[in-house]
Every structure is written in structure tokens, then in C-alpha cells.
Design a protein around this ligand. Structure first.
Ligand SMILES: C[S@@+](CC[C@H](N)C(=O)[O-])C[C@H]1O[C@@H](n2cnc3c(N)ncnc32)[C@H](O)[C@@H]1O
Length: 372
């Protein structure tokens, strides 16, 4: 079967790299999504092993849909019964881009009618009293991709973040920042504006190969899914967790409430012993270590800071960085003159923090010139 993996805009290439590292051969699907071939074992694996993906879906079919009749007639032909049982509670969500059909509520109700017709022809009457099946009918240029969501809630939900910080990053985006950096567990790591701790918690989870097994997934509730498969995949993934590491990473935040939150989340994620959260102004950060990496998400936007405060914080950030020996710095922010304030020419990559366009700035120290 064809499994479709979605990730946030700008993160697709990182997810693709993760898939390749897991041994898959990803191919491009529509709207920046990626597809791989596989079975239920892979559905389980992808849901728990990918750090940057937002959802894992099964493709039920691709059909022509330039009129409502065509949509209905083609939808009735798809084999929902392979996955949906007699009591399936069916939730249809519609999207349409550059297509003749664009009235989403009509697409939704016609799609649901077609799916129910197909299933009642097979099972008899349906009562929808069972587990949820979320089906996305995604029409692009008059072709509808019909996708069954196996994840349920977005995969950024790891199960450890139960309290909400000031302006937290999604866990999937925080993971992408780590993958896009040069950091590995043999180098020092610090987040000087750690907030509720997301970047550091995800960095430790990645370094120690901790899977996303501390949450629920929709496919676990389906009669058509064999739980034994999940147990095996889960046990295998958990047996790979590195437990004998002396990894230590550091988080600073000026706000004591954020530090409390970060400690609470780290404990829930099972990574407390690897992270030291310190309630200090980042201006006090020093380190005698070399080749360290900073990955940070400083405040931006008027809700958190005035422009005057931004200027002061970002300039101070640059000064702190200058005092470090041979470190790299990565910073996600919507502040467009970051390089001016920080005082270094950086590379930048466009990402989205939710709907907000941001840049991921990176500064790597120049390589020493080799003497011949
Ligand atoms: C955008 S939030 C970081 C959110 C974090 N990435 C998360 O996922 O929760 C920015 C953080 O910078 C902190 N901050 C602001 N000024 C600071 C300073 N001078 N030193 C250290 N932290 C500071 C704020 O308290 C806030 O928690």
C-alpha cells in the first residue's frame, strides 16, 4: 500500500532524509507530501520513528473529480472495507486547490455519502458506534487523493507537553532544527532562550533514539489492525534507546515559570537527567568548551517584546556568542535584520512557525586554513 507522510512547509526535505535513513525510498506526492510503499508494520514504524513528520496516512485511491457526480461515482469504487469495519465512525475532511469543485461542505457530504453507500452494500446497515476513521478528500487540479489518517492527532503531540509555555515551538519543528544543525551528541549543546524546553528535549530524544511511543494513534483502535504488529514494532524501537549516555545539554531562560515548565516536560519525556535548565539571563552564559552548538528560538513579535527590547537582546546574544570558542549558532526568528543585530553574516533557510514565516539563521565558524 502507499503510505503518505506530511510535514510542515519547509521541513519536507528533512523528513525525506529521515525516511531514507530508515531504509525507505521516498517519492514526492502532491502538496509537499512524501510517499513510501509499505504495510501496517510500516504504518506503525513511521508513526513512532519519524521526528519531523506531522501525519502518516494511507492512500485509499486517487480519482477524477471534476463534477460532483464524478466524485461520487469514483469514490464508491474505492475499497474502504480493507480498513474500515462495520461500526466505523467516519469523519470526512475536504480540501480543494485549483479545482472545479471548491465548495468544501458539499465535497465533504457527498464523499461521506459515497463511502457509507459502499460500506453498507458490504456490511448492511452502519451505526458508526465504533472507532474513528478520519478520511481526507484532497482535490488538486480536479484529481482527488483519498487519504486515511492513521496518526489521529498531529505527530508533534509526543505525550510529554501537557502545559503550555509562552510561545512554544511544535516538537516536530524543534526536531527539524536539530536535524538541520551540525549538532551530534558528542558536541556541547545549549539553548539560551529555552522557554518550555522543546528544542533540548527533542535534541536528547533524537540523540538517544527515543521513539514516539508515549501517545495514542488512531490505527491502534481499528479492528482491521493487528495489535501484535504494533507491540513488536514498539518493543524493537524501545530496545534501540541509548540508556548509558553521559549526554548533558544546557538551557537558559530568564523567566522562572518557563524553567519550571521545561523541567516538568523534561521529566515527563524521561530526559531530565540529560538537561540542565538554568534560570538566568542568557547574558550570563559562558562556556570553556569548544565546538559547541547553540540552537535557540529567541523572543520575537510584538506580543513578547518591543523592538527596543529585541535590539538589546539580539545584540547581547551576538556578544555572548563572540565570547565562545569555535561554536556554531542556529537561530529561528522572524526578526529580518537578525544578522545586523547578532553581528555575523549567516546562512538562512525559510521555515514556518505555524503560519508565521520565519528564518532559520545559521552561523558556522570558518574552517582553519590548512598549512602545507
Ligand atoms: C519564543 S520563547 C522560546 C520558546 C521555546 N522554544 C519553547 O518551545 O518553549 C523565547 C524565550 O526567551 C526567554 N527570554 C527572553 N529574554 C531572555 C534573556 N535575556 N535571557 C534568557 N531568556 C530570555 C523568554 O522568557 C522566552 O521563554
Amino acid at each position: 500500500m502507499k503510505i503518505i507522510i506530511s510535514s510542515a512547509s519547509g521541513v519536507e526535505a528533512v523528513t525525506k532524509r529521515e525516511l531514507i535513513n530508515l531504509g525507505y525510498e521516498p517519492t514526492a506526492f502532491i502538496n509537499g507530501k512524501t510517499s513510501v510503499n509499505g504495510g501496517f508494520v510500516d504504518v506503525a514504524k513511521l508513526n513512532i520513528l519519524l521526528y519531523t513528520a506531522s501525519r502518516v496516512e494511507i492512500e485509499l485511491g486517487q480519482i477524477k473529480a471534476s463534477t460532483f457526480d464524478e466524485l461520487y461515482d469514483n469514490l464508491v469504487k474505492l475499497e474502504y472495507e480493507k480498513f474500515l469495519d462495520k461500526n466505523a465512525k467516519i469523519i470526512v475532511n475536504a480540501k480543494s486547490v485549483m479545482s472545479k469543485l471548491f465548495a468544501l461542505s458539499s465535497i465533504q457530504s457527498i464523499s461521506k455519502k459515497a463511502i457509507c453507500t459502499r460500506l453498507s452494500n458490504i456490511y448492511g446497515s452502519l451505526d458508526e458506534s465504533g472507532s474513528e476513521y478520519k478520511i481526507e478528500v484532497n482535490i488538486y487540479k480536479d484529481i482527488a487523493s483519498v487519504l486515511l489518517n492513521t496518526s489521529g492527532e498531529g505527530l508533534h503531540k509526543r505525550g510529554y507537553r501537557t502545559l503550555v509555555g509562552e510561545a512554544p515551538l511544535k516538537e516536530t519543528l524543534a526536531s527539524a532544527l536539530v536535524f538541520l544543525s551540525v549538532w551530534n551528541k558528542d558536541r556541547p549543546l545549549a539553548d539560551l532562550f529555552c522557554g518550555s524546553g522543546t528544542i533540548l528535549i527533542e535534541a536528547v530524544r533524537i540523540a538517544l533514539k527515543m521513539p514516539n511511543t508515549n501517545r495514542d494513534f488512531d490505527f491502534l483502535h481499528w479492528e482491521t489492525f493487528d495489535m501484535q504488529i504494533f507491540e513488536e514494532v514498539k518493543n524493537q524501537a524501545e530496545s534501540q534507546i541509548i540508556t548509558d549516555s553521559n549526554l548533558k545539554v544546557y538551557g537558559y531562560d530568564i523567566d522562572v515559570e518557563q524553567i519550571k515548565l521545561a523541567k516538568y516536560h523534561a521529566k515527563k519525556a524521561g530526559v531530565s537527567k540529560y538537561i540542565e535548565f538554568i534560570n538566568k539571563d542568557m547574558r550570563e552564559f559562558t562556556s570553556s568548551k569548544t565546538r559547541g552548538v547553540i540552537i535557540s528560538n529567541p523572543p520575537y513579535g510584538e506580543r513578547l517584546c518591543t523592538r527596543k527590547q529585541i535590539i538589546s537582546i539580539y545584540r547581547a546574544f551576538g556578544r555572548v556568542f563572540n565570547s565562545l570558542n569555535d561554536w556554531c549558532c542556529y537561530c529561528i526568528t522572524s526578526v529580518t535584520d537578525f544578522e545586523n543585530l547578532f553581528g555575523k553574516k549567516c546562512k538562512k533557510r525559510k521555515l514556518y512557525n505555524g503560519k508565521l514565516e520565519v528564518n532559520y539563521f545559521s552561523y558556522l565558524p570558518p574552517k582553519p586554513v590548512q598549512k602545507i
